[in-house]
Design a protein around this ligand. Structure first.
Ligand SMILES: Nc1ncnc2c1ncn2[C@@H]1O[C@H](COP(=O)(O)OP(=O)(O)OP(=O)(O)O)[C@@H](O)[C@H]1O
Ligand code: SF4
Ligand SMILES: [Mg+2]
Length: 329
């Protein structure tokens, strides 16, 4: 493990152009706006926030599944922001993604052996025998026996399908895996099994995950650090312990207060957020959270707060985007 981050993103923007208005004025959905963060080797970084806040767009931008509007993405120190598809090809083995719906991720006409072997065929590094051995080994690692080799997606359960997707993502030994809500589409009964599998694989293979979820309990269980997104921006980033024990940003406070408590005798005061998430086509002028924040001042409606790193009593690193934590000058 080296000290340099595995992934560094700097001021990344992804805007989707849309036509709107009678005069056809060009507008853009600011799905990801000025996001900067680093992901370290071997860590699990959680990415949380309400639906539509830009989590998947950020994941796809890192993978370069679409063009980036602005900013820089560095993987293992290499600037990959503007690499062509051909230049990206060797890196595709190293950065993988696991999507929410395993049924949609798998070709219904392909048997498990064909789906899992595809990345090996693309890499062109192995003989037929080596490929078969690798497929059997990885299936075994994700808890599927050889009898699954000849099954089609419709012959398996959701949990088994997601195990196949995980096997396919890991067969070329990636460094970074972006897990985009990997258990949300599964039955509650198999969610924890798949989560535990992902956790075990991460530990054994020293993988790095960006784990996208709107479920803060799952993120607390799995992640080392957590980034909270709101309307395309990161509003807080901290290690898991600090974030859950002492959230700083008013939005994080509300999200954490809404996590159900398993113990019926423990009372918890939930912060109910007022209003809806504003449209990313027409975001508020000042602080993006100002229309729903109980602490909003006049300044919050006019000025945009920066992501700052307030001094923590124990010296740990965290960032928050809120005027409440500005140090007096
Ligand atoms: N291809 C696209 N064209 C236009 N707008 C898009 C496109 N893809 C996403 N968006 C918009 O970008 C914003 C962010 O979407 P994104 O899917 O990244 O959110 P998310 O946080 O992953 O949400 P969810 O939790 O529902 O998966 C949303 O407002 C969405 O409508
Ligand atoms: S900057 Fe103002 S509106 Fe934004 S989160 Fe902080 S207090 Fe609330
Ligand atoms: Mg999403």
């Amino acid at each position: 493990m080296t000290d340099a981050p595995l992934l560094e993103i700097r001021n990344v923007k992804k805007y989707y152009p849309v036509q709107k208005g009678r005069n056809g004025t060009a507008l853009a959905v600011k799905a990801v706006d000025q996001v900067s963060m680093t992901v370290n080797h071997g860590e699990i970084l959680g990415l949380v926030g309400e639906s539509g806040c830009g989590k998947s767009t950020l994941g796809k931008t890192i993978l370069r599944l679409h063009d980036i509007t602005d900013g820089e993405i560095l993987f293992q120190g290499q600037d990959i922001t503007h690499l062509t598809e051909k230049q990206m090809r060797p890196l595709r083995e190293k950065i993988q993604i696991i999507f929410q719906d395993p049924y949609a991720s798998l070709n219904p006409k392909k048997k498990v052996i064909q789906s899992v072997m595809t990345p090996l065929n693309v890499s062109g590094k192995y003989t037929k025998e080596e490929k078969l051995k690798k497929v059997k080994d990885i299936l075994n690692e994700v808890g599927l026996s050889e009898k699954f080799l000849d099954k089609y997606p419709h012959e398996m359960s959701g949990g088994q399908r997601q195990r196949v997707v995980i096997a396919r993502a890991l067969i070329n030994d990636p460094e970074l895996v972006i897990c985009d809500e990997p258990v949300s589409a599964l039955d509650v009964s198999v969610r924890s099994q798949v989560l535990n599998l992902l956790k075990d694989l991460q530990k054994e293979r020293k993988l790095t995950y960006i784990f996208i979820s709107h479920d803060l309990s799952v993120v607390e269980y799995l992640c080392d650090r957590v980034a909270v997104m709101y309307l395309g921006r990161i509003v807080e980033l901290a290690c898991k312990k600090d974030l859950y024990k002492r959230p700083l940003h008013p939005y994080t406070k509300a999200l954490i207060s809404a996590i159900p408590v398993p113990d019926l005798h423990t009372k918890k005061e939930e912060i109910i957020l007022q209003g809806e998430v504003p449209s990313p086509l027409n975001p508020p002028k000042g602080c993006l959270f100002s229309t729903r924040c109980a602490y909003a001042q006049q300044r919050c409606k006019n000025e945009v707060p920066k992501l700052i790193s307030p001094a923590e009593p124990d010296g740990t690193e965290r960032s928050v985007c809120c005027f409440l934590y500005e140090q007096p000058k």
